[in-house]
Design a protein around this ligand. Structure first.
Ligand code: GAF
Length: 388
């Protein structure tokens, strides 16, 4: 993994090589992890993600022909689409669909998007559950808004990027990832109410507390992740309907048992219990962080993991192994982060224990014959921005 400077240099070099010209500027957006609040966003609930120091950079310039051309390190040749009006969902697929989706969502919202040439480089690993898709959406959005002089304040970007992902790419995600990578702030976790889109920046100074947050990339192959995600979402929506509420966020913790008693299906009961208890864990985590008690959030992280494993049923053996090994090696708390069925684990550890915890996870993996995990310590970084 390289420093942000390198990724920006790669985007510029790619632009020069593909288009034989200088970019007009460079825009960056990060990946994210979610500290707590999983599968609560599309239930109108609460989440607490933070942006990562790993970034996607887009070097870009206006194009006179009113078309869009985008090159990425993932491919040899640029993908071209447009002109305006010829960009309906389904026209572009693969990684470039996230770019075409942003153009389409902007146009659908009535913005006059300028044709552009773009070159994309990224340090956000693809397929690790760190939101490489939200990163490319946000970086491209930032570039097009600036290049086109569009009147679009950044607090409206997450919904547009989500629209690109939902209605162009076809992934029925919530609004957490786009919000984290756009509205995240260095040194803070983003407390987001997904119904009102109100945010509060919660100080999260791991260094000052002598702590580290490890991100363990489980390297687990994503097994049926898309279909299972959509199934969880449907199940939550059905449950809300059965309970007569707009979304599961409207089931208060105090009313959970009564709500569960009204549901016949044990699986649906487990799904509801996860979402309602997870919302409460987010609120409890925020309270502790407001009081500066970072270590004390550990048990909430671990409880969140147990709920995802037993009630929402979205973990896999590699992920559970990483969580158990981190806890056994002294982590204050550990949990899977992101949509599930693979992806990454977070472990909150004393800074001076980080290496030992990482080694313990690697040893547990070796024992089980799993592909060796990648582990790196992370700090909350800033959201989407223009670099130069
Ligand atoms: C994925 C989705 F994109 C988010 O919207 C969210 O639902 C998350 O899974 C689970 O919390 O990252």
């Amino acid at each position: 993994m390289s420093a942000a400077g390198d990724v920006a240099a790669r985007a510029t070099a790619g632009f020069r090589q593909r288009y034989g010209a200088e970019p007009a500027g460079r825009w960056a957006a990060p990946g994210r992890v979610n500290l707590i609040g999983e599968h609560t966003d599309y239930n109108d609930g609460f989440v607490l993600p933070f942006a990562l120091p790993l970034r996607t950079v887009v070097a870009a310039a206006l194009a006179d022909d009113g078309r869009w051309s985008v090159w990425s390190e993932l491919d040899d040749e640029p993908v071209e689409f447009g002109p305006a009006g010829a960009d309906e969902p389904g026209r572009v697929d693969g990684w470039a669909a996230y770019v075409a989706g942003v153009v389409w969502a902007l146009r659908a919202a009535g913005h006059d998007v300028p044709g552009a040439r773009l070159a994309v480089a990224s340090d956000v690993p693809v397929g690790s559950g760190l939101s490489s898709s939200a990163a490319i959406e946000a970086a491209v959005l930032a570039a097009l808004v600036d290049l086109g002089g569009l009147d679009l304040p950044a607090d409206r970007w997450p919904r547009l990027a989500q629209r690109a992902e939902n209605d162009y790419v076809g992934a029925p995600t919530g609004i957490m990832d786009q919000s984290a990578v756009i509205r995240g702030r260095s040194g803070h976790a983003l407390f987001l109410d997904c119904r009102t889109e109100e945010v509060e920046q919660i100080p999260f100074d791991l260094d000052a507390a002598g702590l580290a947050m490890l991100v363990v990339d489980s390297r687990a192959p994503h097994r049926h992740a898309d279909g299972e995600y959509a199934a969880r979402r449907k199940s939550c929506e059905r449950a809300a309907k059965a309970l007569g509420v707009a979304a599961l966020r409207d089931v208060a913790t105090a009313d959970l048992d009564a709500a569960l008693a009204r549901l016949d299906d044990p699986e649906t009961r487990r799904r509801v219990r996860h979402v309602v208890t997870e919302d409460q864990r987010v609120l409890d985590t925020v309270e502790l962080l407001r009081a500066g008690r970072i270590r004390d959030i550990g048990p909430l992280l671990t409880a969140s993991h147990a709920s995802m494993r037993d009630d929402f049923e979205i973990t896999v053996p590699e992920i559970d192994t990483a969580v158990e090994a981190a806890l056994a090696a002294g982590a204050y708390g550990a949990r899977m982060t992101g949509g599930g069925f693979g992806g990454c684990v977070l472990a909150l550890v004393d800074a001076d224990a980080a290496d030992a915890v990482a080694a313990a996870v690697a040893a547990a993996y070796a024992d089980r014959g799993f592909t060796a995990p990648h582990t790196l310590p992370v700090l909350p970084a800033g959201g989407a921005t223009r670099l130069d």
